[in-house]
Design a protein around this ligand. Structure first.
Ligand SMILES: [Zn+2]
Ligand SMILES: [Zn+2]
Length: 196
């Protein structure tokens, strides 16, 4: 853990968010989710397309690795955390689809919204996006998958599994995250008392 010594206050990571095809309330939810990691220094940009060269035309899905690498290149500062939240469908081999992908070596997380919209009310969609954003950012900061089904770091293979988990994390994961980001919001900690 390293605190800023000049200013006397913690300087958290810089986040650069890239969105594609999201309604304003979804963009707000993404920003609010990222704020739990870092209340300041969040940059936002919208793109008008995801390059077609990353589309696998046979599958009609985007290649998640290529899109992640592209998102990483859109950063203005190399040490920023890049987060792409895109209304497209994507995959990585050998999976049929992905809800999101984290490439910690590139400091990059990506969330794919199209599938999250399935049979979702607006509130449900907002909740799913929040969980997936926090999950993928958690990976960027070194968090592994969790066995606790309530923990946001639990792996989700289906929308039902996304819906059943919380946007917050178990104590072990929270402690690990706080070592990396001392200023992380305590809101991310699952309350044991409220979740027996
Ligand atoms: Zn994961
Ligand atoms: Zn956990």
């Amino acid at each position: 853990m390293k605190l800023s010594e000049d200013s006397g206050r913690h300087v958290g990571p810089v986040f650069e968010i890239v969105t594609y095809g999201l309604a304003p309330e979804l963009v707000n939810e993404v920003i609010n989710s990222v704020r739990l990691f870092s209340p300041e220094d969040i940059k936002l940009r919208h793109v008008s397309e995801v390059p077609k060269e990353y589309l696998n035309v046979i599958r009609n899905q985007y290649n998640g690795f290529l899109v992640s690498r592209w998102i990483a290149t859109l950063r203005r500062k190399e040490d920023s955390v890049a987060l792409g939240v895109l209304d497209v469908d994507a995959y990585v081999e050998p999976l049929n689809f992905i809800f999101g992908l984290a490439l910690p070596t590139l400091n990059t997380a990506t969330v794919y919204v199209t599938r999250l919209k399935t049979l979702a009310s607006k509130d449900k969609l907002l909740a799913r996006i929040k969980k997936e954003v926090i999950h993928e950012l958690g990976h960027v900061f070194g968090l592994e998958h969790c066995r606790d089904r309530r923990c946001v770091m639990c792996f989700s293979n289906t929308l039902a599994e996304v819906d059943v988990k919380d946007y917050r994390m178990c104590r072990a994961h929270y402690v690990k995250l706080k070592e990396k980001i001392p200023g992380v919001s305590s809101e991310l900690l699952l309350s044991q008392a409220l979740n027996p």
